[in-house]
Write a protein of this length. Sequence first.
Length: 308
Amino acid sequence: MIGSHLCKKLLWRHPHDEVICLDSFFTGRKDNIVQLMHDYPTRFEVIRHDICEPITLDVDKIFSLACPASPPHYQHNPVHTTKTSVLGAINVLGMARRTGAKVFQASTSEVYGDPDAAHHPQCEEYHGNVNPIGIRSCYDEGKRVAETLFFDYHRQHKVRIKIARIFNTYGSNMRMDDGRVVSNFICQALKNENITLYGDGSQTRSFCYVSDLIDGFIKLMNSDDTITGPINLGNPSEITVKQLAEVIIELTHSKSKLVYLPLPSDDPLQRKPDITKAKELLGWEPKVSLRQGLNQTISYFERELSNE
């Protein structure tokens, strides 16, 4: 989802740049980039490739976004999830070292695990509270190791790196079976099905619309080489999961009811980014309000459902 928006923005911003999109399509959808293939036939190339395997390309910038990001998808094959983060990092860093390219790592707020009350909101200096053997750890620990590798390649081989820690992001091009709350709630609401909340719905999240996140990506990649990150990119407007469900029911005019299921293991109880560094170093902060972004996303899912 995020990668398709990034490709579109890169092609639109720089009319002479060529963009190569690598995807195994394990969770990605080719439908998200078909229009780009049609609109930019000479500047946009798509290669089906699993980044766990090495690849040689002549490039000057690399955005490393590979990894299933929703719990149902990354828990489906946890060994491959860890390999994608770790071997994928090694392979893109090796390519950056060979070519002299600048390389961007899409890390995650999951590196903070389930934050304790003393570290809320989460700042980049917080080392996190992660269960290394839990059902989510294939993703959390894989991304933490990837950050380690990025900094080791930077220190040892002088590779130019950028690391962004992404907080919950939503928008068009999400899969209906994505498994995260925004897509789950919208699809359930549009079908007038029960909306499933895990726990009592009091856990909090901060939701960033995808266009804001992509702007943060571009600003970080284009920043001075001394700015390596990690830098939090997310929307600091915090909302409970229950409140999110209620807003979506209102915006969709749904007849859905809320139902409650047990809270999954290691599910963070609160999540909110401290974006002080992003503001000071990049001049970045989100512009799209939750209601604006949800309305856009609801329209997208309405189209998707009508095409089923």
